[in-house]
Design a binder for this molecule. Sequence first.
Ligand code: GZL
Length: 308
Amino acid sequence: CSGGGTGNSDGGGEGTPITVGFSQVGAESEWRTANTASVKAALTSPEFRLKFSDAQQKQENQIKALRSFIAQRVDVIAFSPVVESGWETVLREAKAAGIPVVLTDRAVKVSDDSLYATFIGSDFVEEGRRAGRWLVGDSQGKAGPIRVVELQGSVGSAPAIDRMKGFREVIDADARFRIVRSQSGDFTRAKGKEVMEAFLKSEGGNIDVLFAHNDDMAIGAIQAIEEAGLKPGQDIRIVSIDGVRGAFEAMKAGKLNATIECNPLFGEQLAQLIRDVAAGRPVPRRVEVEEGVFTADQAAIALPNRKY
Ligand code: GZL
């Protein structure tokens, strides 16, 4: 997107602060807390005037926040869309107001790509594949059926849809794996524990693996597994996604076997994209973040250096 005008007459020219309206998904997980801290640290400086809104994981709250940013004629809107669809109308309103939009963390499905300038976030399909590859490696020499339960992220969210897709792409190629239950735990510890309790009740001791779309749900599930008298990480092998501190602590305790990193610390990269977009400079349509895979044997060494 180049030459995009800005909503504010001075448009964040030299010396004038760039007014940014940021709509965050909520405060549902350790990952989100770290992401909010990174974004606020990067956008709280004389250079920016940040208007921050927490949507408590509700799309209607995000749409309200975006409309408020448009009414206030901010220079740039940035947001992490809680779900993929339902954004066309409000993004057209932003475009009509000449306010460029930056997507962060999660993507949207829209018919017109000009409705946003750029998207910075992880490749969730690849994160799902990495979880699947870890499980295939961990299951070497094991006979099937290997019965898997899955705690999905928030229904309709890009990370839930794509992590599910990537994971299945890998394990569907190996006939030993069977996903026997799959349900959303909405990315929270509490819901993750509640859904895992239901899985344990219905499947009894017949669960070999848990794949959780984020560490918070895995940590909640670990509590449920222990309360059921089973050993998480041993009776039930567990792989999750994010790489938050709580996951490293669980791996160190032998209760989680692997976490696929999903890096929330892209505040500085986001700030640069906002500078460029406010100035009407061209930006890449897609900016990815660097991330890896961590297993339990690496946890103790890695833990002191973790930044989130
Ligand atoms: C991923 C992010 C997800 C995290 C969860 O980029 O959108 O939302 O994996 C968070 O922990 O709730």
